[in-house]
Design a protein around this ligand. Structure first.
Ligand code: ADP
Ligand code: UDP
Length: 239
């Protein structure tokens, strides 16, 4: 598979064309950003961890019947994926209050919900990814009603698989963000990444944060936390 021209450089990954028009290569960087790009830094080794973690978790999703963009891991930082047209919605599932939910609704972090919540942000950096509901998304023609139904169903299914797996690893899944895309035939698949950049993961016993909040909140031990969460995954994810 030949890596052709770069078509996009995002905050955490680069995307390349290949000699197959239906396949892209994503290349994970160590660059870290927070607060809509206002805070910038480097987390050494993050690209390798996020690439490998995402791929292993995507394989788990496929096994659970959730279609994904994953094709093949090519190197430590590079993965072959199916090209999709990204649905411009960030899909956020929460099991426990944290982050913008706690801030927006004036509650403490750490409240365990009776059932998971779902919310959407409009994926638009210029607007700062504003919160959006299903009706707004339909009005803006970001997706069809049927696509939103599918996305919601898959997102809750991802939560069930992810929560159960992280629990085996002694990790509590607090919340996470997913992105979905359309294949050229219109099929909705899970795309982008599932990593400590996009999930809040707390040690089940100590509640120590093992995710990007260590970077966002200047808690220190960022690289150690990424390495720890990857080791927990590897210990419970036999090949
Ligand atoms: P951002 O765009 O938010 O800075 P990244 O640095 O992670 O994010 O860039 C990767 C980009 O690639 C994102 O915009 C993401 O939506 C997009 N993407 C992820 N998976 C695919 C895919 N299979 N096909 C096309 N684009 C994808
Ligand atoms: N998230 C993400 N990308 C974003 C916004 C959020 O991956 O652009 C993830 C974040 O890591 C967390 C979850 O989505 O696991 C919920 O984030 P929240 O809305 O609380 O926003 P934040 O506190 O990150 O601003």
């Amino acid at each position: 598979m030949e890596k052709l021209e770069q078509i996009y450089e995002g905050k955490a990954k680069k995307v390349f064309k290949t000699d197959d028009p239906e396949l892209f290569i994503v290349d994970y960087k160590d660059d870290a950003t927070a607060f809509n790009g206002l805070k910038k830094g480097t987390i050494v080794g993050k690209g390798v961890i996020n690439n490998q973690m995402t791929n292993r978790l995507m394989v788990r999703m496929e096994k659970a019947g959730i279609p994904t963009h994953f094709v093949k891991e090519l190197s430590e930082r590079e993965t072959l994926v199916k090209k999709v047209s990204i649905v411009p919605l960030e899909v956020i599932i929460r099991n426990i209050s944290a982050g913008s939910f706690a801030k927006r609704y004036g509650v403490e972090e750490g409240i365990v919900f009776d059932q998971p919540t779902i919310e959407f942000s409009y994926k638009n950096d210029d607007l700062g990814d504003p919160l959006i509901n299903r009706y707004h998304a339909l009005a803006l023609k970001l997706a069809t009603a049927q696509e939103i139904d599918t996305i919601e169903k898959y997102a809750f299914a991802v939560n069930d698989v992810l929560k159960a797996f992280w629990s085996e690893c002694g990790v509590t899944l607090v919340d996470f963000k997913l992105e979905f895309g359309r294949l050229s035939d219109g099929t909705i698949v899970l795309a982008d990444e599932i990593s400590p950049d996009t999930c809040r993961l707390w040690d089940s016993k100590t509640h120590e944060k093992l995710d990007k909040d260590r970077f966002r909140r200047d808690l220190g031990g960022v690289e150690d936390a990424y390495a720890e969460i990857m080791n927990r995954l590897l210990a419970h994810d036999a090949d």
